[in-house]
Design a protein. Structure first.
Length: 302
């Protein structure tokens, strides 16, 4: 064998652990607080979970940061070798390890979802978990929600609501303070208002009479028949025309969903100004026959 042939053999490369450490150091594993990263579960301990996030050291998820539900089983929610997303909640320590959280990431996502629901005016379901003197407390998409007693349909036996799912909408949403105040009563009211449309003839009962108008109960929703909408002529006394509990037919004039107000009218049912003052019962009896003309008058004024 010639010297040339012996020199053509490939040389064996020696790569020590020190060389591996130096190679790692050449990479920029920069992790910052608030960053969302993906990682693979590598170890469970009694204190939390270790996660490979591609850095010099594994990330660590403390037990209290594992999930919104503090009773969650780590082995069940974080199987080994499975990949998950985490929020970095602490800067790297001397070994390059960062503290991670799933709970805070889920909290962020839950508030983002709630914000979307508030903007679109949607109702949500709240599972009642306990009560206090002021109302009931429960869970809404992982967040803690509170419904004051005054905004519940059941105001007396609050314990009977524990374990129930209530349809609610939002009274106060404060992300900074993690404050979520809800209303069952307003949600029910909003649902009933959705069934009422402008320009329709609806039947109701007189609930209250005030100097400025008559409040009409429309199957659980209250509308206002203002004194100026009773007749085209001046009305001197509403008590001469209306009595509490009296059934009336009214046209829905306007709906203000933001303020939960419904404006009503009877004067557009008149065939001539003051007819309702002269012959109230006749106007009510033939109200359904007058709707088409009433709507024409309504459109002319728009």
């Amino acid at each position: 064998m010639t010297p040339e042939s012996s020199s053509s053999k490939p040389s064996r490369i020696s790569f020590s652990m020190d060389d591996f450490a130096k190679a790692l150091n050449q990479h920029d594993y920069t992790f910052e607080k608030g960053q969302i990263v993906s990682g693979i579960i590598v170890q469970h301990t009694s204190d939390g979970v270790y996660v490979d996030i591609g850095g010099k050291s594994t990330g660590f998820v403390p037990l209290k940061e594992a999930a919104l539900d503090s009773n969650s089983d780590l082995v069940e929610i974080f199987p080994l070798n499975e990949e998950f997303k985490f929020l970095i909640i602490g800067d790297q320590n001397a070994e390059g390890q960062v503290k991670l959280s799933v709970r805070k990431l889920q909290l962020q996502q839950a508030w983002d979802h709630i914000t979307e629901l508030v903007e679109t005016g949607q109702t949500v379901q709240m599972l009642v978990t306990r009560t206090n003197k002021g109302g009931v407390i429960g869970k809404v998409g992982g967040l803690r929600g509170f419904v004051p007693r005054s905004h519940l349909l059941e105001k007396d036996n609050l314990e009977s609501l524990v374990g129930q799912s209530l349809t609610v909408n939002f009274l106060e949403v404060n992300r900074e303070n993690n404050k979520l105040v809800l209303s069952q009563r307003s949600a029910i009211l909003a649902a009933k208002m959705d069934k009422i449309t402008v320009g329709t003839l609806v039947a109701g009962k007189v609930a209250r009479i005030e100097p400025y108008g008559v409040f009409i109960d429309l199957n659980g929703v209250t509308g206002l028949l203002h004194i100026t909408q009773v007749s085209s002529l001046r009305v001197d006394s509403l008590n001469q025309l209306f009595k509490v509990g009296q059934e009336v037919q009214v046209i829905v004039l306007n709906i203000d969903e933001y303020k939960s107000r419904i404006s009503l009218s009877t004067k557009i049912l008149e065939n001539y100004p003051g007819e309702i003052l002269e012959n109230f019962d006749e106007v009510m009896k033939k109200a359904s026959e007058r709707v088409e003309k009433a709507l024409e008058r309504l459109q002319e004024k728009e």
